[in-house]
Design a protein around this ligand. Structure first.
Ligand code: FAD
Length: 335
């Protein structure tokens, strides 16, 4: 049995930052993640994508942000159970939780912080019968390393942030030829990104095809072309080295959906006072929670983690008084 103060379900950016904030209060943490490495979406989906909205970092690669967060957490010696999914929890008579993973590892703590993001990652795949023949042979659902596409001809499908961001990034001197295909004229992504794609299309840097859909793929030992049906030009074959259908990840809460938590559209409802759920002692932070005005951004998850640990501290030590001091005054003294 692994004993700790806070069991953190999910080692994404919000789970990792919780270790630091809890550590300042002398609370120990143990992180559990279904993936074999820490970092959540940033490591799994877009490690080489620059992020511009982390305070103090005008620009930081997602993978580098995770490296920094792991380093920031290090003094507080977090424990990790990686490559195991949290399956069930139970409550003991002493008021502690026991969380058991898919491999049967047991963890015990008075508090659980769920930082499970989108849950388990499953890309939404287009319904093309032979798509499996070319997966990782020219068809990728996630851009792990943009340099993989250096000098390549690529087609991206989708209308959300992933499709727009990667079209912009890869058309800026990485891929030789970028075509963005979307089934409508309106995009779901951030208006600034939509405008940038429009500007790049007008400048001839991105080939933009709207009101169109990829209906088939063909090739030999690797992908060679896609078949497109467009409202304006009808059927068309486009030769390409890669096709990236970036239709997002289908949110799957997985086993957490059966924990008796109040759920609204695949997200856990929380009280914004301290990000507590309907089960006393269980909190939810980051992309996995919902409340009026919720924004699924890393910096919002950091804020939630900071407030959440204050409440966890009071729960674990009801008789102790905590006085907030700046880290400049106290320093960062680990365990
Ligand atoms: C392409 C793209 C670009 C983005 N760009 C930005 C940006 O520029 N700025 C920004 O602020 N945000 C951006 N985001 C959003 C940002 O990635 C998320 O807000 C952030 O990852 C949320 O962090 P998290 O720790 O809550 O969850 P996640 O990063 O999703 O991590 C959750 C972890 O929990 C694990 N998990 C889930 N369920 C279980 C379980 N039952 N057992 C064990 N482990 C479990 C998962 O495996 C995962 O590793 C972007 C997202 C995408 C997809």
């Amino acid at each position: 049995m692994i004993e700790t103060d806070i069991i953190i379900v999910g080692a994404g950016p919000c789970g990792l930052f919780t270790v630091f904030e809890a550590g300042l209060l002398k609370l120990r943490c143990h992180l559990i993640d279904a993936l074999p490495q820490a970092g959540g979406q940033l490591t799994e989906i877009y490690p080489k994508k620059p992020i511009y909205d982390i305070p103090g970092f005008p620009e930081v690669l997602a993978g580098d942000l995770i490296t920094h967060l792991v380093k920031q957490a290090e003094p507080f010696k977090p424990g990790f159970t990686l490559g195991e999914r949290c399956e069930v929890f139970e409550k003991t008579d002493e008021g502690k939780f026991i969380v058991t993973t898919s491999r049967g590892t047991k963890h015990s703590a008075p508090v659980i912080a769920i930082a499970g993001g989108l849950g388990c990652f499953e890309p939404r795949k287009p319904p093309i019968s032979n798509i499996g023949d070319f997966e990782d042979k020219g068809i990728e659902y996630i851009v792990r390393d943009p340099n993989f596409y250096k000098g390549k001809k690529i087609v991206i499908s989708g209308g959300g942030d992933s499709a727009l961001d990667w079209s912009i990034f890869l058309a800026n001197g990485i891929a030789t030829d970028v075509t963005l295909i979307h089934r409508s004229k309106s995009f779901r992504g951030h208006p600034d990104s939509v405008q940038k794609v429009m500007d790049m299309a007008a400048a001839g840097k991105i080939k933009l095809i709207t009101d169109a859909e990829v209906l088939g793929v063909s090739g030999d030992e690797k992908l060679r072309s896609i078949n497109l049906l467009s409202e304006s030009t009808g059927e068309q074959i486009i030769e390409t080295d890669h096709w990236l259908p970036l239709f997002g990840l289908s949110p799957k809460l997985g086993p957490l959906a059966d924990w008796g938590l109040n759920i609204d559209k695949n997200s856990i409802e929380v009280n914004t006072y301290d990000y507590s759920t309907n089960i006393p002692g269980i909190y939810a932070i980051g992309d996995i929670n919902t409340y009026p005005g919720k924004l699924k951004l890393i910096l919002c998850g950091f804020h939630e983690a900071t407030l959440m640990v204050q409440s966890a501290f009071k729960r674990i030590y009801p008789d102790k008084n905590y006085v907030l001091k700046y880290t400049t005054v106290n320093g960062v003294t680990g365990f």
